[in-house]
Design a protein around this ligand. Structure first.
Ligand code: OGA
Ligand code: NI
Length: 347
């Protein structure tokens, strides 16, 4: 059933065979071989948005970080840590509800919103089974696209907390995309933002990863890059699990409770003509402890044509990607088949 991953966590059973790789795919989870910690660049959000003497230098740090790492740790982002704690708390409270309560928000088999495991759209069973997690996904922007039937009524302040968090993240999202455009000296700093504002959407994804007694044989999320414009990740605060691939080596992303992790999405990589890189990342499981994360991600309008911006294509910087049409079904397909839209679009 859709909610079985979460039920397993409650009963403390091992993941069933279908979630387990037959061979050890993640020997680095052996505690005797710890992975290195990623020296993820830290960006002071205030300094990239408040015009001052330091802005140019900080924008250049942002550009350089997004072109080599594709992800940064954002501090001074204006979201109070008490609000971040409340977001984590309401999700934990939701998970602790009796099953009948959670089922009220259950995703339909062919839908994208609500609580459950992701839809499996591939016939390749071997590719489909490789992750052990479940999530609650809700569109938060624009408000008229919210499907309130999937928004939990319990805990009683869930909706209020998500509404407050998503409005703070909307401000951050827009300012970030403008700063990214300015860091590439684009004439119009709303160019990236328009890919979301013109018919696109933003959604929240509350991810839950149960403890897993064999963490070398299963993954919370398999290696992927985000099929988004950008993604903002709120980490667990206590339990680490996110890893990023850089120069063909996996690194652990440090768990800084008050910071937000920003990822470039595949569609921004294409629009930026490869100036920004969409990082490949995965989630590993912890043998004893459960973990959660909350993602706010932005998407283009379904059917929108995505291509490199003219201003970023020149004699010295030839066009790297052909035009691709954004499709959520294709994105899910990429995840399950372990491929990426950026590879498909590459000229
Ligand atoms: C995702 C993702 C990472 C995490 O939801 O796309 O990569 O730490 N999440 O949960
Ligand atoms: Ni991701």
């Amino acid at each position: 059933m859709e909610y079985s991953v979460h039920e397993l966590a409650i009963t403390g059973e091992n993941p069933p065979a279908k979630y387990i790789y037959t061979d050890s795919i993640n020997p680095s989870q052996d505690p005797s071989i710890p992975l290195p910690l990623l020296e993820i660049p830290v960006i002071d959000f205030n300094r990239i948005t408040t015009p001052s003497v330091g802005t140019g230098a900080e924008l250049e740090r942002l550009r350089s970080a997004l072109s080599s790492y594709g992800c940064v740790m954002v501090t001074n982002h204006g979201v109070e840590s008490s609000l971040m704690d409340r977001v984590r708390l309401v999700f934990k409270q939701f998970l602790a509800l009796p099953m009948e309560q959670r089922l009220k928000c259950q995703k339909e088999a062919d839908g994208f919103e609500g609580f459950g495991s992701d839809m499996i759209l591939t016939k390749d069973v071997a590719a489909a089974v490789r992750h052990f997690s479940c999530r609650l996904r809700l569109t938060t922007w624009p408000e008229d696209k919210r499907q309130m039937k999937y928004w939990p009524e319990q805990p009683h302040d869930f909706r209020e907390v998500l509404d407050e968090y998503s409005s703070k993240l909307l401000v951050l999202h827009d300012a970030t995309l403008r700063a990214m455009a300015r860091s590439l000296s684009l004439d119009d700093d709303s160019t990236f933002l328009n890919a979301v504002r013109e018919g696109g959407s933003i959604s929240a994804r509350f991810n839950f990863y149960p403890p897993c007694p064999t963490p070398d044989r299963a993954l919370g999320l398999k290696p992927h890059s985000d099929g988004t414009v950008i993604t903002y990740l709120l980490q667990d605060g206590e339990v680490e699990g996110l890893q990023v691939l850089k120069d063909e080596q996996w690194f652990r992303v440090p768990n800084v409770p008050d910071a937000l992790v920003l990822h470039v999405g595949d569609h921004l990589e294409i629009m930026s003509n490869g100036e920004f890189k969409s990082p490949v990342h995965r989630v590993v499981l912890n043998p004893e402890r459960q973990r959660m994360s909350v993602v706010i991600a932005s998407f283009p309008e379904e059917g929108r044509q995505i291509e490199p911006l003219e201003g970023l294509v020149s004699g010295e910087r030839p066009r790297l990607y052909r035009q691709v049409k954004y499709s959520i079904v294709d994105q899910v397909g990429y995840y399950w088949s372990g491929t990426r839209v950026t590879d498909d679009a590459r000229i």
